[in-house]
Design a protein around this ligand. Structure first.
Ligand code: PHB
Length: 390
């Protein structure tokens, strides 16, 4: 009963805020950053937090006369917690922007609150295509799975891979990857002989990989979320799939820069498509990687970090454009259509879809100076999320 009352009063407060359209006029501008800082997806939180702080260290905490305050909360990767934290941030802290969202279910849990309270919600990580359709207040600076999957589905059949088994985590982004890969690969003349889905949490890949081995495909196409790639790679080798001549192709989530260097020889030669590699050759990226590493005891930034860094950029620039006005509608308008150079390459925020348009790169894991990197060797320019046309 008590809990009911409490939630009811939060709902009322959210509605009141929305009706007044009023975020308190103060000299601070609050960004509520909700991330998985503990639990199986803690690396996502650690990467995004480090990147957001780096952006602030490089660009100051004073923008258009406002002092930027970053409020960071750990949702442990649990949707109910994300939602509760977002409510508290809207009602009690009166944040101007919500940001973060390390996994798809966490973004979906929060989307209705962003709509009710008219608070812009910057999705820095979650990558299921349909997320931006869950609220008109969502702007995304990460990527989508359909966006990065098309590239590898085009590359594979041109490189002798005709028969594939797909293996994905069984939730939004995995289903997006599975469907996009199958459609495109089949269109290109290839065949997906089996589509295997593994649980998101605590996956034991071994029985699934055994199934894959028995199907004798040319390659496995895989998607698992950031952080889970090491276990997949290890079991891929343990089950002898590489020895059996089965190739591994994937989205870059699998050969995530946060964990790639510890994967060992089995990762060498794996071809993936993705929007960011720490080895991306540009002056801006070199500067980003160096500064990130220096500020974080040698940590290498991954694609989550770049989503967080660019998300802060989008927020800062929107605040400048609106001349320090904190109101949600104006900020959202100023986030749409931003064009800039990211450490990943040139990007823009499509004003219609509120999704990021960016280059997708085909990369191969190689040893560079004794370290494993995703070395980009082909660029597909200005890729929009193809998921939106469905
Ligand atoms: C997601 O849950 O949307 C997600 C998480 C990690 C990834 C990709 C997608 O690497």
């Amino acid at each position: 009963m008590q809990k009911r009352l409490f939630l009811g009063s939060i709902a009322l407060a959210v509605a009141t805020l929305a009706a007044g359209g009023a975020v308190a006029q103060t000299n601070t501008f609050k960004v509520g950053l909700i991330l998985p800082m503990t639990g199986p997806f803690a690396s996502t939180g650690r990467q995004i937090e480090a990147a957001a702080k780096l952006y602030m260290a490089q660009n100051g905490d004073n923008v258009a006369g406002k002092k930027i305050e970053l409020i960071i909360k750990d949702d442990t990767g649990t949707p109910d917690v994300t939602k509760r934290l977002a409510q508290e941030m809207i009602v009690n802290d009166k944040v101007n922007v919500l940001a973060g969202f390390g996994l798809t279910p966490l973004a979906f849990a929060t989307a209705p609150l962003a709509t009710q309270s008219k608070t812009p919600m910057v999705v820095m990580a979650a990558a299921t295509s349909s997320i931006t359709q869950a609220s008109p207040y969502i702007v995304r600076t990460s990527f989508t799975l359909p966006q990065v999957t098309v590239g590898i589905a085009d590359w594979a059949p041109k490189n002798g891979i005709k028969k594939v088994v797909s293996l994905v985590s069984d939730y939004g982004p995995g289903i997006d990857a599975e469907r996009t890969f199958k459609d495109r690969f089949t269109f290109n003349g290839g065949t997906v002989v089996e589509a295997v889905r593994v649980p998101l949490r605590n996956p034991d890949f071994a029985p699934f990989l055994q199934k894959v081995r028995d199907a004798k495909p040319d390659a496995v196409f895989a998607f698992v979320p950031s952080g889970a790639g090491s276990a997949l790679m290890k079991q891929f080798a343990e089950r002898g799939l590489d020895k059996a001549g089965i190739k591994l192709i994937a989205t870059g989530d699998v050969t995530d820069d946060d964990i790639l260097n510890d994967m060992g020889e089995v990762a060498v030669g794996v071809v993936t498509s993705h929007h960011y590699s720490a080895a991306h050759k540009s002056a801006l990226n070199q500067k980003f990687v160096d500064a990130f590493s220096k500020a974080n005891k040698g940590l290498r930034p991954n694609f989550m970090a770049v989503g967080g860094y660019d998300g802060m950029r989008v927020i800062y620039e929107a605040l400048k454009t609106t001349k320090g006005k904190g109101d949600g509608e104006a900020l959202l308008g100023a986030m749409k259509g931003q064009v800039f150079e990211s450490p990943r390459g040139p990007v823009f925020i499509d004003a219609q879809t509120r999704d990021i348009v960016q280059n997708v790169y085909i990369r191969k894991v190689e040893k560079v100076g004794g370290q494993l990197y995703n070395v980009e060797f082909e660029t597909i320019k200005d890729v929009k999320d193809p998921g939106k046309t469905k």
